[in-house]
Design a protein around this ligand. Structure first.
Ligand SMILES: CC(C)(COP(=O)(O)OP(=O)(O)OC[C@H]1O[C@@H](n2cnc3c(N)ncnc32)[C@H](O)[C@@H]1OP(=O)(O)O)[C@@H](O)C(=O)NCCC(=O)NCCS
Length: 173
């Protein structure tokens, strides 16, 4: 079980009772218009949450997909994820409920998870693929030290259309 503490957030494993709070992230078009999937129904998110909880117990783990909470309480306000793949490599993802944007939560959560990735996990490379119009997310990865690598054409099909991604990465060095 992973539990990480940042300056503004805590990252912990998902629980079944996170369903309602997680729907305020993945069930909200304000958030999912920037993600690689459309807003999820309660039923689908219940299945996805159960899958995430199950994958957290795999050994070795395939991902570190964690709930983001504030420092002082245990309520989920977002998620952050490192999906492992390749040799000491991972893909970063994150989202915060729209009502909690602009308080530095995503920056802190992403930075905390990256430090864990390069530290405990011994990763070499972490990448992030971001919609070209997603200024907040591009600003975030730049702020925490990622470098732009290029444009992935028609990288995801989301919200009814193909979408390019800007590819960013950070190396252990
Ligand atoms: C991208 C996203 C995760 C950013 O979440 P967030 O918690 O609002 O991000 P942060 O607060 O860390 O940073 C965003 C802004 O808050 C500001 N900020 C940072 N620390 C702050 C603080 N302590 N107090 C107030 N504002 C702060 C930042 O300067 C930034 O402002 P700017 O964009 O005007 O420069 C959020 O917009 C989101 O969930 N978007 C939809 C999903 C998504 O795009 N996910 C990523 C897909 S690649």
């Amino acid at each position: 079980m992973v539990e990480l503490c940042g300056e503004r957030t805590r990252l912990r494993e998902f629980r079944v009772d996170d369903l309602d709070a997680s729907l305020s992230v993945v069930g909200d078009d304000r958030v999912t218009r920037f993600l690689s999937f459309d807003s999820l129904s309660r039923e689908i998110q219940a299945e996805r949450l159960a899958g995430a909880i199950q994958r957290a117990s795999l050994n070795p783990r395939t991902e570190f997909y964690l709930a983001v909470t504030g420092r002082a309480d245990d309520q989920l306000i977002g998620f952050v994820r490192l999906g492992l793949g390749g040799v000491r490599a991972a893909k970063l993802g994150y989202a915060i409920a729209a009502d909690h944007w602009g308080h530095g939560y995503a920056t802190d959560a992403a930075r905390t998870l990256i430090e864990f990735g390069f530290g405990e996990l011994g990763l070499h490379r972490i990448s992030a693929a971001i919609g070209p119009d997603n200024a907040a997310s591009i600003a975030l990865v730049r702020r925490i030290g990622f470098t732009r690598e290029g444009r992935l054409r028609d990288h995801v099909h989301t919200n009814g259309a193909w979408r390019d991604s800007e590819l960013y990465s950070i190396l252990a060095s």
